[in-house]
Design a protein around this ligand. Structure first.
Ligand SMILES: [Cu+2]
Length: 145
């Protein structure tokens, strides 16, 4: 009986944690938008490629700086969004952080080799958390010649 009660309690705690991770937290202003200014979708470009980041309805602040209605850019290269948006984005070859508040990036052939690639911006808070729903740009496809 006691075990059953404990199991039920544990189940409730686990279930609430799962709900909390999935529930939208509406962190970003509803009118905020991010977009890739250049290159444009379908562009054929030469290496190195400069990607310009666009943002409306939100400010840019470096990582570690907590300030309302700000975030910093992340660039997903040939990658989708992580499944748990309540966790900080990892830093990988496919998820680049611009934690100094940069608003563009120049990517050499090591980061963007010749071929087709997808690019997408994702905003993160001061701790690199995208939040749910994430503030993302349209995903574009470019070809590096
Ligand atoms: Cu970050």
């Amino acid at each position: 009986m006691r075990t059953a009660a404990l199991a039920a309690l544990l189940f409730t705690v686990v279930a609430s944690a799962a709900i909390a991770a999935d529930a939208p937290d509406n962190y970003w202003p509803t009118d905020a938008r991010t977009f890739i200014i250049s290159p444009h979708n379908g562009a054929k470009v030469k290496s190195p490629v400069t990607v310009e980041f666009g943002l409306k309805g939100l400010g840019v602040a470096p990582a570690g700086v907590k300030s309302p209605n700000t975030g910093h850019f992340h660039l997903l290269i040939d990658a989708g969004l992580p499944s748990d948006l309540s966790l900080p984005l990892p830093a990988t070859d496919h998820i680049l952080h611009f934690g100094k508040g940069q608003i563009e990036a120049t990517l050499d052939a090591a980061k963007l080799p010749p071929g087709k690639h997808t690019l997408q911006l994702v905003m993160g808070d001061e701790s690199h958390v995208p939040h749910n729903p994430a503030l993302v740009s349209k995903k574009i496809t470019i070809t590096v010649e």
